[in-house]
Design a protein around this ligand. Structure first.
Ligand SMILES: [Zn+2]
Length: 216
């Protein structure tokens, strides 16, 4: 029974296999070492960060220093650096074969990390190289959920950490620089947060098809 990513049923056994690997990590490779002031997970030190800190406090600080555009760009780059470094750290330890498996390991890890449950939509093409394309939802993700929960509204998309994280992970697997663009956002009143991801050099081509991807 798949726990994390919503995807076409034929991907079910592959997703379950990756979930089992992560659960084994948490069972055998997670050590709390408060006497050293450290938590060790799969051989690296990790730290708990409250989601409110990223979704609200940090964004407010960035907003006051850099303005809204600077804030959004920095949150995207922050997410991208998280996604990229997690992919570089974890993929060698997972022993996965195909690009599809290594791409899927990203959203599954994001669910185990505690910040999103991804829904992969039809039309996606998770392959290496320039034909890579994804269309996917991050329903109820922490950025939109906490923003709305704090009584805030937004005139445009705000889930830049989520977009950055997914593009960072997938760029490592695809071997090309990928961009994620949020085309619908719950914080701005849309029914879901929906993203498309494509190689940077093909941006114009995919952005012209936004209405088609919104209608999926
Ligand atoms: Zn959003």
């Amino acid at each position: 029974m798949v726990k994390t990513v919503e995807a076409p049923p034929d991907m079910g056994p592959m997703i379950e296999n990756i979930e089992a690997k992560y659960e084994e990590f948490f069972k055998s490779d997670l050590k709390y070492l408060p006497e050293q002031g450290r938590i060790e997970l799969i051989g690296d030190n990790v730290m708990f960060i409250g989601l409110r800190t990223l979704a609200l406090s940090l964004k407010d600080e960035l907003d006051s220093v850099l303005g809204e555009m600077g804030r959004d760009m920095l949150m995207y780059r922050l997410g991208q650096s998280f996604g990229r470094s997690e992919a570089e750290r974890l993929l060698p330890k997972l022993g996965l074969g195909s690009p599809v498996e290594r791409i899927a390991a990203g959203p599954i890890w994001a669910a185990y990390s505690g910040f999103v449950r991804v829904r992969l939509l039809p039309g996606s093409n998770p392959v290496e190289g320039d034909d890579f394309f994804l269309v996917y939802d991050h329903p109820n993700n922490f950025e939109a959920q906490l923003w709305k929960g704090d009584g805030r509204s937004a005139e445009h998309n705000i889930c830049y950490f989520n977009g950055g994280y997914s593009s960072g992970w997938c760029s490592v697997v695809a071997g090309v620089e990928l961009e994620a663009e949020e085309i619908m956002c719950e914080a701005a009143g849309d029914p879901v947060c929906r993203f498309i991801m494509f190689p940077s050099g093909r941006r114009d081509e995919y952005m012209e098809r936004i209405d088609e991807f919104k209608a999926i």
